[in-house]
Design a protein around this ligand. Structure first.
Ligand code: DX5
Ligand code: ZN
Length: 221
């Protein structure tokens, strides 16, 4: 399969040089920019908002920006990130009182919509809204921080999500987020993921291209 996407999480980038960091990782072969939004309410950490997304677009970033909302509630942030140039907007179903409505809102604003599932969460919330999804994102760490270890039970959930997507016949990406490295990426792909978020594995390296190339080589095996 050649449609794998690598989406570096800028959570692990140097925020003092964010524009340069995003340019560097895209020049190194990344496909998307994964943009982690935390509100110190849904998760115990606080990061960046729509103004930073808009600033990256203004800086000249043309790659898809994959906005992962770890905020509660979600609808105001959906509107603001759509205005700020987001490509994908994903949210955690328990953070919206009306999941179906929030998904419709994302698409009505011209963005692609996705649901995110924490490690302990089943996929039930996806089942009846498959036709409104462009992506399912499975967390393989508890959300809030970069640099955590991949939780192995995510592999079984990936297989379950892959079966759900294939049975639907719909064009829905299956993304994994948390603890992805060059060493486990092939196993994660074999379980069904086609889109890979990686923060610390890429940004903590001296040579981003070397890591991304190694990931692609391991995916091609
Ligand atoms: C965690 C974020 C992730 C995180 C991934 O809440 O959603 O995107 O930055 O970082 P690594 O790849 O370091 O686990
Ligand atoms: Zn994320």
């Amino acid at each position: 399969m050649s449609d794998y996407k690598i989406a570096p999480s800028i959570l692990s980038a140097d925020f003092a040089r964010l524009g340069e960091e995003v340019d560097a990782v895209l020049a190194a072969g990344a496909d998307w920019v994964h943009f982690d939004v935390m509100d110190n309410h849904y998760v115990p950490n606080l990061t960046i908002g729509p103004m930073v997304c808009q600033a990256l677009r203004k800086h000249g970033v043309e790659a898809p920006i994959d906005v992962h909302l770890m905020v509660e509630p979600v609808d105001d942030m959906i509107r603001m990130f759509a205005d700020a140039g987001a490509t994908y907007i994903t949210f955690h179903p328990e953070a919206s009182r009306h999941v179906d409505r929030s998904l419709q809102l994302i698409r009505s604003l011209g963005c692609k919509a996705g649901l995110v599932f924490n490690p302990a969460m089943g996929l039930d919330a996806a089942k009846y809204v498959m036709d409104k999804l462009d992506m399912i994102l499975l967390m393989s760490v508890n959300p809030g921080f970069g640099g955590q270890k991949f939780i192995p039970s995510a592999l079984d959930k990936l297989r379950e999500a892959r079966a759900l997507i294939d049975a639907s016949g719909l064009d829905i990406r299956l993304e994994i987020d948390g603890g992805v490295t060059r060493d486990n990426i092939a196993e994660i792909a074999a379980a069904g993921a086609d889109t890979f978020v990686a923060g610390s594995a890429i940004f903590n390296a001296d040579d981003y291209g070397e890591v991304i190339d190694a990931m692609r080589r391991n995916l091609a095996q």
